[in-house]
Design a protein around this ligand. Structure first.
Ligand SMILES: [Zn+2]
Ligand SMILES: [Zn+2]
Length: 333
């Protein structure tokens, strides 16, 4: 048996549980850890039974609770290397400094280096063991970040008591287009056009069933159309109504971003895919990532239903609407 439980979907947070009878993974962690745990309990999913967290991309609505949840459950996080780097950069506080401050710092470091060299020359090696053990300790948390500056290392050592927000108990890298497995679930990640470091969607296969997650796409490129064949449960973006977006409250720059080739799928684009390219195999199509400002659930549903109505053989497809504020009933196959 395979199961999909959409815990949340929309620009304020995305997360979905995909399970086989033996394996359970969380796709994205876009709400706080507390809220994710609460929703899993409401939906009848045991958080302690999760085997891994998979991340589609580093936008806040997909990673808001990632670090805290992964540390709390002590489970591995699967993501691509560019997504991991982008996430680490995003949550690692960086201080900006003026040119004068930078010059001051360079002078200070030069003086410190000269002092250390003088001490070493005098045979004083005190403190070296301490600094080596600190380096080993910090490497376990931040070995992926080789761009950090000495100032930050110093600050981190001073603040060692505080947990590193970028620390994950275990990180596993995958590559879009290359299949991998977690337990008995086979996972095929595919590249999606979206303004993130290395965004992807997923097809999950286990026990003869196939489920897919495809949200956050600017348009439907051929590789995504190809990936979404022979799917039994399809979570598909239907982000905005074009008219509502154009007349809506977003600033023009944001409207342009949403509409762009690396933004989000409109109801119309989703309907076009369903009408022209979809093979009709899904028992359930879950419309997701609906904009609260620029869409109405009944508009998204209507567009999809009209697209499917052109194909009498597809009327067996059930359309569900994922919600932002509450989990959906688990969809079992
Ligand atoms: Zn996104
Ligand atoms: Zn998103």
């Amino acid at each position: 048996m395979m199961r999909m439980t959409v815990l949340a979907s929309g620009s304020k947070g995305n997360s979905t549980v995909i399970s086989s009878s033996r394996t359970r993974v969380l796709v994205d962690a876009g709400l706080s850890c507390r809220e994710l745990m609460k929703r899993m309990m409401i939906a009848g999913e045991d958080p302690a039974a999760l085997d891994a967290i998979l991340i589609t991309h580093e936008h806040q609505d997909h990673v808001a609770g990632l670090g805290v949840l992964a540390r709390k459950l002590g489970i591995p996080v699967y993501l691509t290397e560019p997504t991991h780097r982008a996430w680490v950069r995003m949550i690692t506080p960086r201080r900006t400094m003026s040119y004068a401050e930078w010059l001051d710092r360079v002078q200070q470091e030069k003086a410190e280096r000269a002092q250390t060299a003088a001490l070493e020359a005098a045979g004083a090696v005190l403190g070296i063991c301490d600094s080596m053990s600190a380096a080993v300790e910090s490497a376990t948390c931040s070995s992926e970040d080789d761009t950090e500056d000495p100032d930050e290392v110093e600050t981190r050592q001073q603040e060692r008591a505080k947990p590193d927000p970028a620390f994950l108990p275990s990180v596993e890298y995958f590559h879009s287009g290359r299949q991998f497995s977690i337990g008995d679930i086979e996972i095929m990640p595919f590249t999606i056009p979206h303004d993130a470091a290395d965004p992807c969607g997923f097809v999950f296969a286990a026990e003869g069933a196939r489920m897919a997650v495809a949200t956050d796409l600017g348009y439907m490129p051929p590789n995504v159309k190809a990936a979404l064949k022979r799917i039994d449960v399809l979570l598909l973006e239907s982000n905005h109504d074009l008219e509502m977006l154009k007349d809506g409250p977003y600033p023009w720059s944001v409207k342009q971003r949403v509409l762009s080739r690396v933004g989000h799928l409109s109801n119309l684009a989703t309907a076009e895919f369903l009408e022209q390219d979809y093979d009709g195999t899904a028992s359930f199509i879950v419309l997701g990532h609906l904009s609260e400002s620029n869409n109405a659930p009944e508009l998204a549903r209507l567009a999809a239903e009209q697209a499917l109505a052109g194909h009498p053989t597809l009327l067996g497809n059930r359309i569900l609407l994922a919600e932002q504020s509450a989990p959906l009933e688990p969809i079992c196959l």
